[in-house]
Design a protein around this ligand. Structure first.
Ligand code: 6GU
Length: 243
C-alpha cells in the first residue's frame, strides 16, 4: 500500500520511522511518503492560509495550494483515496481502519488552523474520488498531524505481514467480538502482593476461554455500555446472557 501524507510539519511524522510501521516501510510492505505542503506554494512567503470569508477568528488553508499538492501526490492514480483528518469528520473506528487497509493508495491531507477550505473535499468528490473526512475523537487538536499518525498506525498494522503473528489481530479490543479485550497477565506470578487469577494457571483451555469472555463482557459493560447495546443478542450464549 502507498500512503502520501501532506503537512506543513513533516517532522511531526518522523515517529513513523520507528517500531512496526518503520519496519514495514523498510520491508517494502508500506510505501509511506511525507511531503511539505509549502513545496506547492508559489509566493515569496510560501503562504498556505488566509482569513476566512464571512469573518471570524483564525485562518483557513487555501484550496489552490492544496489542489496542487493533492494532484501531485495522487500522481494520476484513479485509486487514490483522499483522507482529510478533521474534528468535524466521522469518528474513526476499527471499521474505518479495516476499510482503508483494503485500499491501494491513500492521500492524507493534514490541515492546521481552522481547517482546509471546504471546496477541496467538494472538488475531489465531484471528480468521482473517494474522500473521507475523519475525526479521531471528541476533542480538539491543533492540526491533523497527530490524527495522521493514528490513522497510519491503525491502518498499517492491518496490512499483511506487518504484525508478525496475525493471531494478535483476532482477539483484540474493537475486534469481531464487539467487546473490549480481557485483562492480561505475565510473570512474575506474584507482584506487589498481587496474584494472578488462578484459572490462568490451570491449563484448562475451556475454563480459561470462559473466564476471558466473562471478563471481556464485564469490562465492556462497565466501560462501554454503548458497545454492549450494539451486541447482536443472537450471538450471545446462555453464560453471556446471565452476566
Ligand atoms: Cl482529525 N483534527 C483536529 N485538528 N482535531 C481533532 C481531530 C482531527 N480529531 C479529533 N480532534
Amino acid at each position: 500500500m502507498r500512503i502520501d501524507v501532506v503537512t506543513v510539519f513533516p517532522d511531526y511524522l518522523a515517529a513513523l520511522d520507528l517500531s512496526l510501521i518503520g519496519k514495514a516501510r523498510q520491508a517494502g510492505l508500506l510505501d509511506l511518503r511525507v511531503h511539505d505542503l509549502r513545496e506547492w506554494t508559489t509566493d515569496r512567503h510560501r503562504t498556505v492560509d488566509d482569513t476566512p470569508f464571512g469573518g471570524g477568528a483564525g485562518m483557513v488553508m487555501r484550496p489552490d495550494v492544496w489542489g496542487c499538492a493533492i494532484d501531485a501526490v495522487l500522481d494520476g492514480d484513479p485509486a487514490g483515496h483522499l483522507v482529510i483528518p478533521t474534528p468535524s469528520g466521522e469518528v474513526f473506528t476499527q471499521r474505518h481502519a479495516e476499510a482503508l487497509a483494503a485500499e491501494q493508495h491513500l492521500v492524507v491531507a493534514c490541515g492546521r488552523y481552522e481547517g482546509i477550505d471546504a471546496r477541496v473535499a467538494e472538488h475531489y468528490r465531484a471528480a468521482g474520488r473517494r474522500v473521507s473526512e475523519v475525526s479521531i475523537g471528541d476533542y480538539v487538536l491543533n492540526g491533523g498531524e497527530v490524527a495522521a499518525l493514528v490513522l497510519v498506525e491503525a491502518v498499517g498494522r492491518l496490512l499483511p505481514g506487518v504484525v508478525g503473528n496475525p493471531e494478535s489481530l483476532v482477539e483484540e479490543s474493537h475486534g469481531a467480538a464487539g467487546l473490549l479485550e480481557y485483562p492480561v497477565y505475565t510473570k512474575p506470578p506474584v507482584w506487589d502482593g498481587l496474584e494472578i487469577p488462578e484459572v490462568l494457571l490451570s491449563g484448562h483451555h475451556a475454563r480459561i476461554d470462559r473466564w476471558r469472555r466473562d471478563r471481556a463482557l464485564e469490562r465492556t459493560a462497565q466501560r462501554r455500555p454503548d458497545m454492549v447495546a450494539a451486541l447482536d443478542v443472537a450471538r450471545l450464549d446462555k453464560h453471556d446472557r446471565a452476566l
